[in-house]
Design a protein around this ligand. Sequence first.
Ligand SMILES: Nc1nc2c(ncn2[C@@H]2O[C@H](COP(=O)(O)OP(=O)(O)OP(=O)(O)O)[C@@H](O)[C@H]2O)c(=O)[nH]1
Length: 259
Amino acid sequence: MVLIETTGLADPGPVVQTFFTDEAVKSNFYLDAIVTMVDAKHILFHLPSSSSTTEPSSTSPSSTTEATQQIAFADRVLLNKTDLVTEAEQVELTRRIREINAYAVVIPCTFGRVDLGRVLGIKGFDLGRVLEREPGLVDDLGEDHEHEHEEDKSRHHDSLVTSVGIRLPGALDLTLLNAWVAQLLKTRGADIYRMKGVLNVHGEDDRFVFQGVHMMFDGQQDRAWHPDEDRTNRIVFIGRNLDREALVEAFKKCIVAES
Ligand SMILES: Nc1nc2c(ncn2[C@@H]2O[C@H](COP(=O)(O)OP(=O)(O)OP(=O)(O)O)[C@@H](O)[C@H]2O)c(=O)[nH]1
């Protein structure tokens, strides 16, 4: 096992991509998970202060992007130094972290003490486990809350990093889907940090699972849908300037029309 500790200012994107593009690395290692350590006492100085602004809450513009990106890429976020903040501050910090990355599991701790089982053996990039666990993401950001998002359009048109989870019933036309994803990665790849999905492709008995990191896309047929399983398509984006409505609209156009 190799643990890579990057510098505090590292962009995780290229590090992740190495595991998928470098043949020597790819054939000898797999990427298990990205664990981001957040300093509860100081993180707010490095994040945009609210959903409506891109400015950091203090004068640390140099590290704003990095702090946000490191949270956005994470499979696990260790919220450290919780002894130095109040309970209310911890709740607010957790909310901010989940606003950026609704998919990561946030683990509060002090002095970095966590059960290793919670940060190792995660298989966060394993296609076989894509969206195996959706901690509230789809419920929080799915169709039931469409109205709330309608009212809060600014959130999806600013340059914040957010998570967008979409659930859509129906069978997908693979050709249309491929065209959409190719176009999306070409035009928005730099802004999409991570994406994952479980899809119901028209005429297929198996689930189609995929994940992406920036322009890099990896997908495969998965196990067969169970007879009584809900075949709803589920897709998750974590990225910058995500326009939920536009993503939903484009995704809907890939659904095969019912005859
Ligand atoms: N009160 C409190 N102090 C902590 C905690 N974790 C670390 N510290 C202290 O914070 C100080 C600075 O440590 P860190 O913020 O972890 O520094 P670091 O990020 O490891 O430093 P670099 O890796 O060099 O960037 C040290 O004196 C630690 O003992 C914690 O949970 N609570």
